[in-house]
Design a protein around this ligand. Structure first.
Ligand code: 26V
Length: 795
């Protein structure tokens, strides 16, 4: 074990620690150590150095008695931790050198850590960025979630078709977590409620499982502060109920075991449609109940009265998935601690904040009242009371058509409700919660999303990071608005050349990886045009691939024209049950196979779709991007955060006025943003026009030709395969791919021209980096801390 955990070790000292772990923790000799052993030994040696600042942070929080933030999220999309922790501890060079001394390659070992993929997309990644910023800002916080045994599925393509396989990140030892067998709570489900003569309720659950804690330290910049991500794992109460077993009730006897096995087994891979309803509801209650029990216990242990809970605990609900926190906190305060109901509601509300992340009707959670009553009878009764109160005070119902509307429940139980970009927040006020907003005009606030510059610039893009630091010093890493100091350098030959060199080097690195890992051969001097995100109709990967076909046609019609070589790169997974999204994936792959094989266009246009997009792949793609595709139907993308990461790394954006694109454009300047398409208001109007899709197609010979080629089987060896997509486009086209097609195509050709002026493109690219500082999640978290949590930094 290291003796000194404060001052950075020498490479020799770290190497000694690695060897000590190899021998004592892993029981391996150097001669028989595998890559896995080396990585684990290195990680543990690094982890040792997190422990002291972590314990110091916990102690300081307890001594200061400050307010703590509890971020409740069903998803934390973390990715790898080794580089993150190493960089935050300032040990990157030391680790590289130490491993070199031991004959090992630090970068190669680090790349073997499996991604912690405990999330679907933007919402889960935002939670991970927030944990990073909370630690960097020194705000005491716990993230609470579920320790899923299987993270997001792995995506493979079989003949262009997405197939899913189970992900198993815990098959290898997860070195960053600390098991806490002593932190465990019994969590109940089902059963019935008794009321005594005074009307006091007692819930008798029919089933119970144990929620057991696993803690992962989340290290802030320079390790000045370390918070805790506490993930709950389900364990059976007893391995089986012997009495039931002896009665011959074999199934009942192992019910707790069966439930425990499934509860924390999988992350739901579907971010829009209904699936495994009951289990999902139980997951939600499971982690909410454990987290609240945990924070209430902490409060009581400090000898504080429960009436003062809002002075010490700010509980943030990441979407409605943890919305049972309202009723559960009321239940704890009333049933278990004897607080009066009205007071309990006020106390709970003063603690709770709710973040809305979507307006899509199919992604708004609703639970059938029958299921709620069956799984959580006491909570259902509390929800009925809240429903009556809400009808009284606001005219808005929580219970509607036999369902519990979780958005309304979260809203009435929160003292602040926030949207995630300026446009989204306005739409939340005007549409989703219009009536509630009238009743509580101060409740809805905006907190535009942000991304952590540690992972998404400093760590992912060492070439650009080094240039920035050489130019303006290191302060930008924890104060991203200082990137503005780059502006006076932009336009000077020396700086621009180095900026262009960094991008070129990143593109060359990505090309190598695409060749080695995905067998794709692309030219690093072509424009890298990237769309990376979940596959969804509203995100319009379809618009992108249709435009690709149109461009291909135009190049073939005029092969000697002045074309700008492009590589179209796609990345992203579809929900396994989302048939249309899977069709779109297959179409992209079919089109790609045809276009990439065309000798006429080969040097001008390529389509690449590496399978299994995840956080680690994002870290490779983002620094190498020239053009960022942010082309959702206006009004549909709540914010987007990939748009921020790409722009921060010097990509120009082609985008609609949607989500945070609006604010990105304001920051980088309209002249540095390629805008196209209908506005949210125009989208609404356009949809009311009967036959809008058909008339858009008829009006665009270019689009009509593309659709005809797909219909004729040009990309499928003559087979009719995409009737679903074509039928949808001609007949309904809810997401207005057809209406925006010509505008998108024309804007892409402007971009071709702009890219040919490489020096001007580089200047514009550098301006993105210089002007994106506002989109740091440090700024976002400061906003939550000031406007919602009333929480302070202890640094
Ligand atoms: C809903 C459901 C329903 C049940 C199955 C699992 C599941 C998982 C997630 C969701 C809601 C998804 C909402 C969401 O991911 N919103 C995204 O949030 C990002 C962070 O605020 C934002 O940047 C994206 O624009 C927004 O789509």
């Amino acid at each position: 074990m290291p003796k000194d955990t404060i001052t950075p070790p020498t490479a020799e000292a770290l190497a000694q620690d690695v060897l000590a772990h190899l021998q004592t923790t892993l029981a391996k000799r150097q001669s028989s150590a595998t890559d896995h052993d080396w990585r684990v030994a290195l990680s543990l040696a690094i982890r040792d150095r997190v422990v002291t600042p972590w314990l110091d942070s916990l102690q300081r929080t307890s001594e200061t008695g400050g307010k703590e933030v509890y971020y409740l999220s069903l998803e934390f999309l973390i990715g790898r931790l080794i580089e993150d922790v190493t960089i935050n501890l300032g040990l990157e060079d030391v680790a590289r050198e130490a491993m070199a001394q031991l004959g090992q390659d630090y970068t190669a070992l680090a790349a073997q850590e499996p991604d912690a993929a405990l999330g679907n997309g933007g919402l889960g990644r935002l939670a991970a960025c927030f944990m990073d910023s909370l630690s960097t800002l020194g705000i005491p916080a716990h993230g609470y979630g579920i320790r899923y045994e299987h993270g997001l599925f792995e995506q493979h393509f079989q003949k262009g078709v997405q197939v899913e396989t189970a992900e198993a990140w815990l098959a290898e030892q997860h070195v960053w977590e600390f098991e806490r067998p002593e932190v465990a709570y019994r969590i109940g489900f089902g059963g019935h409620v008794d009321y005594d003569a005074e009307g006091r309720a007692t819930w008798h659950p029919a089933q119970e499982v144990i929620a057991q804690a696993y803690d992962t330290p989340t290290v802030g910049w320079q390790a000045k502060w370390v918070n805790t991500l506490r993930l709950w794992s389900a364990k059976p109460v007893v391995h089986f109920d012997l009495a039931a077993f002896n009665r011959g009730d074999y199934i009942g006897a192992s019910a707790s075991e069966a439930l425990a096995r499934t509860l924390s087994r999988v992350l739901y891979p579907d971010d829009t449609t209904e699936q495994g309803r009951e289990l999902r509801l139980k997951q939600e209650y499971f982690f909410v109940a454990a987290s609240l029990r945990d924070l209430v216990r902490r409060h009581l242990k400090e000898g504080r009265a429960l009436s003062t809970l809002p002075d010490y605990a700010a509980i943030q609900l990441n979407d409605t998935h943890p919305a049972l926190a309202g009723p559960e906190l009321i239940r704890l305060l009333v049933d278990e601690h004897g607080m009066e109901f009205e007071t309990a509601v006020k106390t709970a509300r003063a603690c709770l904040g709710y973040t809305n992340h979507t307006l899509l009707p199919e992604a708004l959670e609703r639970w059938s009242e029958g299921l709620m009553k069956h799984v959580l009878p006491r909570h259902y009764a509390i929800i009925c009371l809240l429903n009556m109160a809400s009808l009284d005070e606001t005219g808005t119902a929580i219970l509607d058509h036999g369902e519990v509307r979780m958005g309304e429940l979260a809203f009435v139980m929160a003292h602040k409700v926030n949207g995630v970009s300026a446009l989204h927040t306005e739409l939340v006020k005007e549409t989703l919660f219009a009536d509630l907003h009238k009743a509580y005009p101060d409740r809805i606030v905006n907190q535009t999303n942000g991304v952590t510059p540690r992972r998404w610039l400093h760590s992912a893009n060492p070439a650009l990071s080094a240039l920035i630091t050489e130019t303006i010093g290191e302060g930008w890493v924890a104060d991203l608005e200082r990137l503005r100091e780059l502006e006076p350098h932009i336009g000077t030959a020396a700086f621009d050349a180095r900026f262009a060199d960094a991008k070129r080097a990143n593109k060359a690195k990505l090309s190598d990886w695409l060749r080695q890992v995905h067998g794709a051969s692309v030219d690093p001097d072509a424009m890298f045009d990237i769309q990376i995100k979940r596959i969804h109709e509203y995100k319009r990967q379809l618009l992108n691939i249709l435009e690709t076909v149109a461009l291909w046609n135009d190049i073939r019609d005029n092969p000697n024209g002045d074309w700008t070589p492009r590589v179209k790169i796609f990345g992203g997974k579809a929900a396994p049950g989302y048939v249309m999204a899977k069709s779109i994936i297959r179409l992209i792959n079919d089109v790609g196979a045809t276009i990439n094989a065309d000798p006429v266009t080969r040097d001008l246009l390529q389509v690449v779709y590496p399978e299994n997009y995840n956080v680690s792949m994002a870290e490779r793609l983002i620094p190498a991007c020239d053009l960022s595709e942010q082309i959702s139907t206006a009004g549909k993308e709540a914010s987007g955060t990939g748009n921020m990461k790409l722009s921060l790394n010097g990509a120009l954006t082609i985008g609609t006025l949607d989500g945070a694109n609006v604010e990105i454009r304001e920051h980088v300047g309209a002249e540095n943003f390629f805008l196209f398409g209908l506005t949210a208001e125009e989208v609404r109007q356009r949809r009311t026009k009967p036959g809008h899709a058909r008339s858009a197609i008829e009006a665009s010979p270019r689009l009509k030709r593309v659709l005809g080629q797909i219909a004729n089987g040009l990309f499928t060896g003559g087979e009719a395969r995409y009737g679903d997509i074509l039928g949808m486009l001609w007949d309904s086209d809810y997401f207005l791919v057809t209406a925006d097609f010509d505008s998108y195509y024309a804007t892409q050709r402007e971009i071709d021209a702009a890219y040919r002026d490489q020096s001007d493109w580089t200047r514009k690219a550098a301006l993105q980096t210089a002007r994106m500082g506002w989109f740091s999640s440090d700024r976002t978290i400061s906003g939550y801390a000031g406007n919602i949590w009333n929480a302070a930094s202890l640094l």
